[in-house]
Design a protein around this ligand. Structure first.
Ligand code: ZN
Length: 135
C-alpha cells in the first residue's frame, strides 16, 4: 500500500546538455513534501534520498557531481541504481578519459583501447561497448 497522495512533475531543467525532471511527491498523512530527480532520456531515478525542498539547477549539478564520485569509487547502491544508466548519464560530460569511438560518450576509468585502429584515430572504447573482438 502506498502512502503517496500525488506525484506531479514540477520542473524540467537542462543541466550539462541533459534534461532532468523534478517530481514533487505529496504524502497522505503529512504535510511534508519530497522531490525526486529523473533523467528524462532514460527515465532513471537519481535521488536515492529525496530532496525536502524543490531542487534548483545548482542542486541538480551538485547531485550529478556526487553521483559521479560515487560511481567512480564503485559505491553506487546496486539495489537502487541500474548501473548502466547512471554510467551513461554521468559520462556524457565527465571529461577525464576521452570519448568512446563507438557510442561517443565519455569512456570512464574502465575504458579499453582497441587494436587495429589507424594511427591518429581515437582508439578509446568504453566498457559498455567493449567486445573482445576489438582487442
Ligand atoms: Zn561506448
Amino acid at each position: 500500500m502506498s502512502n503517496v497522495k500525488r506525484r506531479t512533475i514540477v520542473g524540467r531543467h537542462t543541466v550539462r546538455h541533459r534534461v532532468f525532471e523534478v517530481e514533487r511527491i505529496e504524502w497522505k498523512h503529512t504535510d511534508g513534501l519530497s522531490f525526486d530527480v529523473y533523467d528524462t532520456a532514460t527515465g532513471a531515478l537519481l535521488t536515492e534520498e529525496s530532496f525536502d525542498d524543490e531542487p534548483c539547477v545548482t542542486d541538480i549539478e551538485d547531485l550529478l557531481d556526487r553521483l559521479a564520485d560515487e560511481l567512480d569509487a564503485g559505491r553506487l547502491d546496486p539495489w537502487f541504481f541500474d548501473q548502466p544508466k547512471p554510467r551513461t548519464i554521468l559520462r556524457g560530460w565527465n571529461g577525464a578519459y576521452g570519448r568512446c569511438r563507438c557510442c561517443g560518450l565519455e569512456a570512464g576509468p574502465d575504458y579499453h583501447l582497441a587494436g587495429a585502429v589507424p594511427p591518429g584515430e581515437n582508439g578509446v572504447v568504453c566498457d559498455q561497448c567493449w567486445d573482445e573482438r576489438l582487442r
